[in-house]
Every structure is written in structure tokens, then in C-alpha cells.
Design a protein around this ligand. Structure first.
Ligand code: SAM
Length: 498
């Protein structure tokens, strides 16, 4: 069971097993792992034994994706790394669970630029990142401009700001007056007074002013990049200049690097920091783990890029296939870089959850590496939980081994998202009061409880505007329940299943 207030801004990023059939790894990249097999037997039933590999993978993923869809914030997004074995099946199951209208994009993440040499015909150089949203329109941010963009800003102004000058005349396709007549208009410039006027085509050139029009050549009329309105609005960013080589005047824009917006991510990521070698290098050379501890940890850069696009400073990031803990590493790095307060939740089923997944997070928080490879800690802390027994058995009945206290906590939390109130000797079934409604869980391990007048009198002592009472059965009529403002919930039928 997953507890916690996962309200708003929950983003998901995860990387399920790729189901390549490779069983020799530290985690089992195949649905033949005994734990998955046991689960398939219990949940999928007998058919699970004969299913093909893709079917089994889908059976494993389906309920997990269903749950993740429910947990995702309305304005959240899910990013799934996957390779071509399961990518087509994943897309289909995602369309079913999230809805094809919520598909956002699929990124080709070039994680091995030289390609996989063991591929027979085409050497695969990328894997996919499949992105869906929950429902509403979401906001995605962009990337900071790369060096190949920033190095074009070569000039420095008196305030030490980097800028470049760009001709306001449009170049490329649709750059003639004929193509875009509204982008052809004159500027008038007076050299003596340094005055620049945004003119109109019918205007006569004022005395002592030069008429500057967007000319592709002496005879071919071009267009400006901006319409007149923009030119008027952003006049302080433009200035006229004579180009001696062309024997022409034109208008130039001052473009400042610090005013440049972020770059919208494209669907191909061929950045150095998404190369899988960066993942192993970080894991082994910097963090000090052994190669055999975990094969193919994701590069932190890949997850940082996802977080840059999809999170704000307060987002909650859930990775339900945490592996070596790269997602937490990326969250902590980003928080350190921008002063954010993103939180992470990692889920891992293998024994290494403590020694590798959690240990990596500790090292990132405390600092790691030595000498030139030393990296300061990011700070922060986390709690480590092991899942207990399921509260409800596959047949829907209560798992009596769990104990009544855990059940009481669970019921009150699923109803109110609040922690259980301290128990009261006078009211053993009482759970707590929330928004003037009192909650009771009338449950006995060895006998059936009946919601009737007798139980009400004996067990319900708290005065409230309304009551929610769980019991095995109820003999009060609808009108009696209504009279006391009681909602009856039947055990175990009405216990919320997460
Ligand atoms: C492809 S790896 C993820 C690697 C991770 N992105 C990293 O950078 O280290 C998939 C992980 O999912 C875990 N896993 C598989 N089935 C799971 C399940 N049902 N619940 C939780 N974790 C599971 C595997 O043990 C493995 O660690």
C-alpha cells in the first residue's frame, strides 16, 4: 500500500524492466522472476502460466500503470523509458489507461550514439521516452540554451550583458514582399538626430531622413521579421546600420542572451549527458559502486532533463522502478541547483533497495568521490520503508495477520487523508473526527459486528454532525441511518482498495 499525501504536482518518471529476456542481471529483466511469477499466478490466474513474454509483461505492467494513473496529479505527466521490445505494447496499454488523447510525445533518447553492435541489421542508438499526461493541459518548461547557442552572443554591453546583433530582415523561405505583404514597410532614419521612425508604405520620406526598406537585393523586395506593431513595441531593441559591402541600409536587432527564452525540447535527445556511459561512470567512478552492483544505471542527465521540463520547485516525483536510484539523484541535483524543494518517492522490489538504491541517495546527500572527482553533498534526508503484509487478501477479505491497528490506520487514512487519532478506552471503535464527521471501525477478528441500536448506544459516544461507521452488517433501516446522519460501510466490501 502506498500511504502519503500525494496531492497536486505529482510527476512520474520511471523505467520498468525492459523484458529483454536477460535473466543474468542483478535484477531480473524478465517476467520469470519468482516474485513476478507468484504475483501473476495470484492476480492473473492460471492463464499467466501460458502467456507469451509480451503478454506477461503487459499483465505485470497493467495494474501498476492503472495505479500510477490514479496517483498522478491532474496537472502531472508520466515519462517512461523503454526500448523497442515492449515499446509498441506499452503505447497500446498506455492509450487504454491514460487515453490516446493524453499522449504527449515520444522522445528518441540517443543513449548509445555508435549503436548496439550486436543488432543484426540496424545498430540501435536510442531508446524511447514515452510521455503521457493525466488530463488537463499541462505546462512544460524548456532547456537552458546549449553552448552552441550561447557562443553566438559575442558582444558585451556597458552593463556586461552578452548580446548579438541580428538583421531584422527575414531570410529563408517566404521572405519576399509578395509572400508576406504586411511585413514590408519602411523605417525612416535621421543620421543627424539619430531618430528612427516606424513608417508606413504610403508615407513620404520626411526631409533629412533615409528610407530603409527590407531589400533582398537592389531590386527584389524582402520582408522584415517583425510586423509594424512589434517594431513599435520593441523599438528600443533596434537600430539602423549602413552595410558598406552591400551599399545598403538595414535595421538590426540587439538580442540579449539573458532575455532569450528556454529552448523547447525536440523529440530527439542526442546530448552528451544522456549517453548511457555517463550512467555507469557516475555509478562506478564517482559514487563508488561496483559494476556488478547494478547494470545500466540511467544517466542522471536524462532524468534531470525530464525534471527540467516537467517539474516546478515543489513537485513530487515518483519512480516506481527505482533501480539504482538515479531519479532521486537527479531530483537532489536539481534542488541544489535552483533552490527547489522537489520531493521524491522511490519504489524498488529487489533486496538491493537498501544497499544500493537507498545507499546511493545517502551518498548523494552526504557527498561522494575523492580528489578531482569529489562532489559536495546536496543535503536533504529521506525515510526508508519496507512494505508490510497486504491489508486485503486477493479474495477481498481482510488479512487478519496484519492486525487491527494497521487496519484502523488504513481506514481512517483512506477516508480522511489524516493520521489516526489516539485510541480511546471509552470508544474502542472510534478512529477520529474530521470536518465534524466521526469515523468508527467496528471490527472484531472472531465475530461479526452488527450496526444496530445496541451498538450505537454502546460504542458511539462522540457528538458530531455526521457519522461514518464500518461494520460487518447493518440492521438499521435507511430512514434510521438518515435520522442520525450515519453512513454505513460494510466490511470488507466498502474498504477502499488502493
Ligand atoms: C530498468 S531498471 C530501472 C533502472 C533505473 N532507472 C536506474 O537508473 O537505475 C527496472 C527496475 O525495476 C525494478 N522492478 C521490477 N519490477 C518491479 C516491481 N514490480 N516493483 C518495483 N520494482 C520493480 C527492477 O528490480 C529494476 O530495479
Amino acid at each position: 500500500m502506498i500511504y502519503g499525501n500525494l496531492a497536486l504536482k505529482l510527476e512520474k518518471d520511471f523505467n520498468p524492466p525492459y523484458n529483454t529476456g536477460n535473466e543474468g542481471w542483478v535484477y531480473n529483466d524478465n517476467v520469470n522472476d519468482p516474485r513476478i511469477k507468484k504475483w501473476l499466478g495470484e492476480v492473473v490466474g492460471k492463464e499467466g502460466e501460458d502467456l507469451s513474454r509480451h503478454d506477461k509483461w503487459l499483465c505485470m505492467m497493467y495494474p501498476r500503470l492503472k495505479l500510477l494513473q490514479r496517483l498522478l496529479a491532474d496537472d502531472g505527466a508520466i515519462f517512461i523509458s523503454i526500448d523497442y521490445y515492449e515499446q509498441p505494447f506499452l503505447r497500446m496499454v498506455m492509450d487504454e489507461i491514460f487515453g490516446s488523447q493524453n499522449f504527449i510525445s515520444e522522445i528518441a533518447c540517443v543513449n548509445k550514439p555508435s549503436g548496439r553492435s550486436d543488432d543484426k541489421y540496424i545498430a540501435t542508438a536510442h531508446e524511447s521516452i514515452v510521455i503521457y499526461k493525466k488530463s488537463t493541459e499541462i505546462v512544460f518548461d524548456g532547456f537552458e540554451p546549449e553552448e552552441h547557442i550561447t557562443r553566438r552572443y559575442t558582444k558585451v554591453d556597458k552593463d556586461n550583458r552578452l548580446y548579438r546583433e541580428e538583421d531584422l530582415r527575414k531570410r529563408g523561405s517566404h521572405d519576399t514582399r509578395e509572400d508576406r505583404p504586411n511585413l514590408f514597410y519602411p523605417f525612416f532614419y535621421c543620421e543627424k538626430t539619430n531618430d528612427l521612425i516606424v513608417g508606413e508604405n504610403d508615407d513620404i520620406t520626411p526631409n533629412e531622413y533615409i528610407r530603409i526598406q527590407p531589400m533582398k537585393s537592389n531590386t527584389v523586395e524582402g520582408t522584415w521579421r517583425w510586423g509594424r506593431d512589434t517594431a513599435l513595441e520593441k523599438k528600443s531593441y533596434i537600430h539602423p546600420r549602413y552595410m558598406p559591402n552591400k551599399g545598403q541600409w538595414s535595421v538590426f536587432e540587439w538580442q540579449y542572451l539573458d532575455e532569450r527564452g528556454k529552448v523547447k525540447p525536440t523529440s530527439v535527445w542526442n546530448f552528451k549527458d544522456v549517453n548511457s556511459e555517463r550512467g555507469s561512470e557516475m555509478f562506478e567512478k564517482f559514487l563508488g559502486f561496483k559494476k556488478t552492483d547494478f547494470q545500466n544505471p540511467k544517466p542522471v542527465g536524462t532524468i534531470e532533463r525530464i525534471l527540467q521540463i516537467a517539474t516546478d520547485k515543489d513537485s513530487i516525483v515518483l519512480d516506481s522502478f527505482a533501480g539504482s536510484g538515479t531519479t532521486a539523484h537527479a531530483v537532489l541535483n536539481l534542488n541544489k541547483a535552483d533552490g527547489g524543494n522537489r520531493k521524491f518517492i522511490l519504489i524498488e522490489m529487489m533486496d538491493y533497495a537498501e544497499d544500493i538504491t537507498a545507499e546511493r541517495v545517502r551518498r548523494v546527500m552526504d557527498g561522494y568521490g575523492t580528489g578531482k572527482k569529489k562532489v559536495d553533498g546536496t543535503g536533504g534526508d529521506f525515510s526508508f520503508y519496507e512494505l508490510g503484509e497486504p491489508l486485503l487478501l486477493p479474495n477481498g477479505n481482510i488479512n487478519e495477520d496484519v492486525g487491527t491497528d494497521k487496519l484502523r490506520e488504513y481506514i481512517y487514512f483512506t477516508e480522511t487523508q489524516q493520521p489516526l487519532e489516539p485510541s480511546r478506552e471509552s470508544e474502542p471503535y472510534y478512529l477520529g473526527t474530521h470536518f465534524a464527521k466521526a469515523y468508527y471501525f467496528c471490527y472484531e477478528k472472531d465475530r461479526r459486528t452488527i450496526l444496530d441500536y445496541e451498538l450505537l448506544e454502546a460504542a458511539v459516544k462522540t457528538r458530531a454532525d455526521g457519522y461514518m461507521i464500518y461494520a460487518d452488517t447493518c440492521t438499521l433501516s435507511e430512514s434510521q441511518l438518515e435520522k442520525f446522519n450515519i453512513t454505513f460501510k460494510k466490511i470488507p466490501r466498502d474498504i477502499t482498495r488502493i
